[in-house]
Design a protein around this ligand. Structure first.
Ligand SMILES: *[C@@H]1O[C@H](CO)[C@@H](O)[C@H](O)[C@H]1NC(C)=O
Ligand SMILES: *[C@@H]1O[C@H](CO)[C@@H](O)[C@H](O)[C@H]1NC(C)=O
Length: 434
C-alpha cells in the first residue's frame, strides 16, 4: 500500500473528524459508500489515483484526443446573449485592437492590461499548425466516409478544431449574472425536482423522496458541477494583479480558500460534502459507460493517418479499458427505465432535459468555459447514450469521433478532479498542523 493511500485512509476515518477543527470538514463526511453504488469512496480514490489517472493523462496527450471540433459561435436559443456585459470591465470599455496585450497578439504594441484582464483569461488559442490543419482535413474525410447514415448538422460548418492542450480548463473570472443564469436554468428548468421546492440545489435528504432515475440525473449534474468547480479552484490565477505585461502567463495553482468556500459544510448549508460525493457518482457513471462500450471502443481505429501513433493510441485505449473493466463495483444501470409506460416517459424526459442542457452551453458567455462545458456535457451525454442505448451491441451502433473524444476527455476531467481532491486534502492537513 502506498504511503499516500495510508494517509488518505487515516484522514477518512470518521472518528478523527470529531476531534478535527471544522477546517477539514469538507473531507470528514467524504467516506463510506457512494450513493446509488456498491463501492466506497476510498476504493475509488485508490483506483483512480493509481490506475486510471496516470493512464488517462498520457492517453489524452495523443493527437487523436487533443483536437476537439466544436462550434462556439452558435447563438443562445433561450435568451439574448449578454455575455459581453458579463465580463468584468469589458461592458464599460471593450478591448480595442490596440489594447490586446503583446502576449496575446504575439507582436509589439502598447496595451492596457488592466481593462482587458478578463478577456485575457478567456483567451482561446485556436492556433493549429499548417501540417496539423492538413491532417485534420484528412481525418474528417475519413470520419465522414464511415458516417453515411448520420444526419449532419449544417450549422457545424462554423465548427472549428481546438487544441485542448493549448487551452486548459482553468479559472477564467467568469462569474456573476451570466454564469449564474446558466446553472440556474440547468437546476431549475432542466432537472427533475420535488414539486413546490424552489431553491436551486435539492438538499440531499430530499433526494431520497425522488425516484432512482431522477436522483441519478440530479447527481450527475451536481457531480459535473462539482468537478468544474474543482478545476477552477485547482487551477486558479494566483497573482493578484491578474495577467500583466510583466507576467503574461500569470501564476496558476490551487486556491484552498476558494475550495473551502465552495465545498465546506459551513458555507454550503451542509451540502458541500454531498456535492463532492456526487463527483464520485458521475465518475462511476462514466467509468461504467467506458467498460460497457469496451468491445466497441477496442475496435475503433483512432485514425490520424500516422500508423505508429494510431497503433500506440489503440494500445493505450485497450489498456485503459482493461483497467475499467476490472473494476468491481460498477454503477448498475440495469434497474433504470425498466418496464412500464411511465418508465418510457421518464426516459424521454430524461433525454430531453439533458439534450436541453447541452443547448444551454451555447449561452455560456466565455469561450473557454463554453469549450469545456460543451466537451464535458457532450461526454456525459455520450456516456448516457452508451448506458441506455438498446442497440449498443447492434451493428448499427456507432459513435462519432467527436463523441469518443468528448467521452474520454470528460472522463479525464472527472479523474483529474478526484486526483486534485487529494491535493486539497493534503493541503488542509498541512494547514491544521501549523
Ligand atoms: C498559441 O499557441 C501557439 C502554439 O503553441 C504558440 O506558438 C503561440 O504563441 C500561442 N499564442 C499565444 C498568444 O499564446
Ligand atoms: C430548455 O431550457 C430552457 C432554459 O432553461 C427552458 O426555458 C426550456 O423550458 C427548456 N426546454 C425543455 C424542453 O426542457
Amino acid at each position: 500500500m502506498s504511503p499516500t493511500f495510508l494517509v488518505l485512509l487515516v484522514l477518512c476515518t470518521p472518528s478523527l473528524c470529531y476531534f478535527d477543527p471544522p477546517k477539514d470538514s469538507c473531507f470528514c463526511q467524504l467516506s463510506g459508500n457512494i450513493d446509488e453504488c456498491s463501492c466506497n469512496i476510498n476504493t475509488v480514490d485508490h483506483f483512480n489515483n493509481i490506475k486510471v489517472y496516470p493512464r488517462l493523462r498520457s492517453l489524452l496527450r495523443k493527437d487523436y484526443f487533443r483536437f476537439f471540433k466544436v462550434n462556439l459561435k452558435r447563438e443562445c436559443p433561450f435568451w439574448h446573449d449578454d455575455s459581453k456585459c458579463a465580463m468584468k470591465y469589458c461592458h464599460v470599455l471593450p478591448c480595442g485592437e490596440g489594447e490586446v496585450p503583446q502576449g496575446i497578439k504575439g507582436e509589439g504594441g502598447r496595451s492596457d492590461e488592466a481593462k482587458c484582464e478578463d478577456k485575457q483569461l478567456d483567451y482561446l488559442n485556436t492556433t493549429i499548425s499548417e501540417k496539423m490543419r492538413e491532417d485534420l482535413v484528412m481525418w474528417t474525410a475519413y470520419d465522414d466516409a464511415l458516417d453515411d447514415f448520420c444526419v449532419k448538422d449544417d450549422k457545424d460548418e462554423e465548427a472549428e478544431y481546438v487544441d485542448l492542450l493549448l487551452n486548459p480548463e482553468r479559472y477564467t473570472g467568469y462569474k456573476g449574472t451570466s454564469a449564474n443564469r446558466i446553472w440556474n436554468s440547468i437546476y431549475l428548468e432542466n432537472c427533475f425536482r420535488p414539486k413546490t421546492f424552489y431553491s436551486l440545489y435539492i438538499p440531499s435528504h430530499m433526494l431520497s423522496n425522488m425516484c432512482l432515475e431522477e436522483r441519478v440525473y440530479y447527481r450527475a449534474i451536481s457531480g459535473l458541477h462539482s468537478s468544474i468547480n474543482i478545476h477552477l479552484c485547482a487551477n486558479y490565477l494566483l497573482s493578484n494583479s491578474g495577467l500583466s505585461l510583466a507576467n503574461p502567463k500569470g501564476e496558476w495553482g490551487p486556491n484552498l480558500k476558494e475550495f473551502q468556500r465552495r465545498f465546506s459544510p459551513e458555507t454550503t448549508n451542509g451540502e458541500g460534502p454531498h456535492w463532492l460525493r456526487n463527483l464520485y457518482f458521475v465518475y462511476l457513471l462514466e467509468l461504467r459507460a467506458l467498460a460497457k462500450a469496451a468491445k466497441y471502443l477496442e475496435h475503433e481505429k483512432y485514425y490520424t493517418g500516422d500508423e505508429m501513433e494510431d497503433f500506440d493510441t489503440q494500445m493505450a485505449v485497450k489498456d485503459l479499458l482493461n483497467v475499467a473493466q476490472q473494476f468491481s463495483g460498477h454503477f448498475d444501470e440495469s434497474s433504470m427505465f425498466t418496464g412500464s409506460a411511465q418508465a418510457k416517459r421518464l426516459k424521454t424526459e430524461f433525454k430531453e432535459h439533458f439534450r436541453n442542457v447541452t443547448r444551454i452551453m451555447d449561452c455560456v458567455g466565455c469561450d473557454k468555459c463554453k469549450l469545456w462545458g460543451k466537451l464535458q456535457t457532450r461526454g456525459l451525454g455520450t456516456a448516457l447514450k452508451i448506458l441506455f442505448s438498446q442497440n449498443l451491441n447492434h451493428k448499427l451502433f456507432r459513435l462519432q469521433r467527436e463523441e469518443i473524444v468528448a467521452l474520454f476527455n470528460a472522463f479525464g476531467r472527472l479523474s483529474t478532479s478526484i486526483y486534485k481532491l487529494d491535493d486539497f486534502r493534503q493541503m488542509l492537513r498541512g494547514h491544521d498542523e501549523l
